[in-house]
Write a protein that binds this ligand. Structure first.
Ligand code: FAD
Length: 380
């Protein structure tokens, strides 16, 4: 089959995360037709997660192409760029305070970013409750999307923006994410200035990290007087069931954590004991490095689906930059095939270089050394 012109192609994006929505928005700005399919039953079906820093040299570039940079800058929290390093006793060993007007990587809550992107799309662009199962059809198209609700859909281009455990990925690559050996346990603190003033003071308006070589904490102020703490440990992915505990056994998990953090000061331990509600278990996975694939004219990947890495502050930025570059390639190429080639020619080497830099870096989250807040844009 000859590859169609992008303006006449049926383009389906799987995944309404930051990558998929950015891609849809930029395609629509260039007059192209696109549908987005997400497995969530609706936009508010689940907690969208914590705060994200969007960098001037990638995430913000994508927002400019989406025509949303000014709105983002009005919503973001520049003060969230403040960064503290604490020791297990709660003493500050490093403190970065952003300069007035600094906007290199301001923070925004993930839910706010999603709403900003969703509100910018034409009505009925996103189809909720559409969990993709497989991509079928011949390699040169049209492809046949099979959804869990039993429906199917034909597409000339399938864009896999469906995150870590992508169902689109097997159409181009056999790679599967591997456990990094490091897990986050997420703890939430609400109305912090009134209810958790000690924690609010330790964390400040941005983030605070502490580690002793074997375990760590990474705390972030979110919007709405909310703090999220990631309790970071080197444990098997199924450590909860192996310990004879259940994910909702908050008291049991808390007792185990208190034991593990026994050498930390009582003030620091409040970040693992005083949380509101249950803990959320988040084992960290990454794709093997390098992750690349032979070009297919009808399927491509972006964001975590293409290059899942440990969460050191670049994932969403790369997802949005991929999305912007793919949409612009489609806007400028004569055929879908040509656009996908152009996009992958830049995206695959870029993501491989970053993935090499972050390969094994989940361990850095446990390092007691002071952070390198260097120009690689990664968080400590
Ligand atoms: C705890 C944690 C903290 C992080 N902090 C940061 C940070 O501070 N900065 C940063 O840059 N990155 C951070 N990251 C990484 C960042 O979250 C990801 O890199 C980013 O969300 C990737 O965006 P995406 O659009 O590719 O995928 P996702 O955000 O994962 O979106 C995928 C979408 O696809 C949908 N989906 C999944 N499967 C299917 C299916 N079969 N059918 C249909 N829809 C499907 C999902 O519902 C979802 O809406 C963090 C990650 C974690 C785990």
């Amino acid at each position: 089959m000859n590859s169609p012109a992008p303006s006449r192609a049926r383009i389906s994006i799987i995944g309404a995360g930051p990558g998929g929505l950015t891609c849809a928005r930029i395609l629509q700005r260039h007059g192209m037709t696109v549908t987005v399919h997400d497995r969530d039953p609706g936009p508010d079906a689940r907690d969208q997660g914590g705060t994200l820093d969007l960098h001037a040299d990638n995430g913000q570039i994508a927002l400019r192409e989406a025509g949303l940079l000014d709105e983002f800058l009005a919503l973001c929290r520049p003060e969230g760029q403040e960064m503290r390093r604490l020791d297990p006793a709660g003493r500050t060993t490093f403190h970065h305070i952003p300069e007035a007007g600094e906007l290199f990587k301001p923070e925004i809550d993930r839910g706010r970013l999603r709403t900003l992107l969703l509100d910018s799309l034409q009505p009925h662009t996103v189809h909720w409750g559409r969990a993709l199962q497989t991509v079928g059809g011949p390699a040169d198209g049209p492809r046949l999307l099979h959804f869990a609700d039993g429906t199917t859909l034909e597409a000339d281009l399938v864009i896999g923006a469906d995150g870590a455990f992508s169902r689109v990925r097997p159409a181009v690559s056999p790679a599967v994410p591997e456990y990094t050996g490091v897990s986050f346990l997420e703890a939430w603190f609400s109305d912090v200035d009134n209810r958790h003033p000690d924690i609010a003071e330790l964390v400040g308006p941005g983030s605070a990290a502490a580690a002793d070589g074997d375990r760590g904490l990474f705390a972030q102020r979110n919007g709405g007087d909310h703090i999220r703490v990631y309790i970071i440990r080197r444990v098997p992915a199924d450590w909860i069931s192996r310990s004879g505990l259940a994910a909702d056994d908050t008291a049991g998990l808390r007792a185990r954590l208190l034991d593990e953090y026994a050498q930390w000061s009582p003030r620091m331990r409040r970040m693992i004991t005083d949380n509101d509600g249950p803990y959320v278990d988040r084992p960290l996975f990454a794709l093997p490095v390098p992750h690349t694939w032979e070009h297919h004219p009808t399927v491509t990947l972006l964001g975590d689906a293409a290059h899942l890495m440990p969460p050191l502050g670049v994932g969403v930025n790369l997802a949005m930059l991929d999305a912007s570059e793919l949409a612009l390639a489609l806007a400028n190429a004569a055929t879908v095939d040509e656009a996908v080639r152009t996009y992958e020619k830049t995206m695959l080497p870029r993501s491989t270089e970053t993935a090499r830099m972050l390969d094994g870096a989940a361990e850095h989250l446990l390092s007691a050394d002071d952070p390198d807040l260097g120009d690689d844009g990664t968080r400590p």
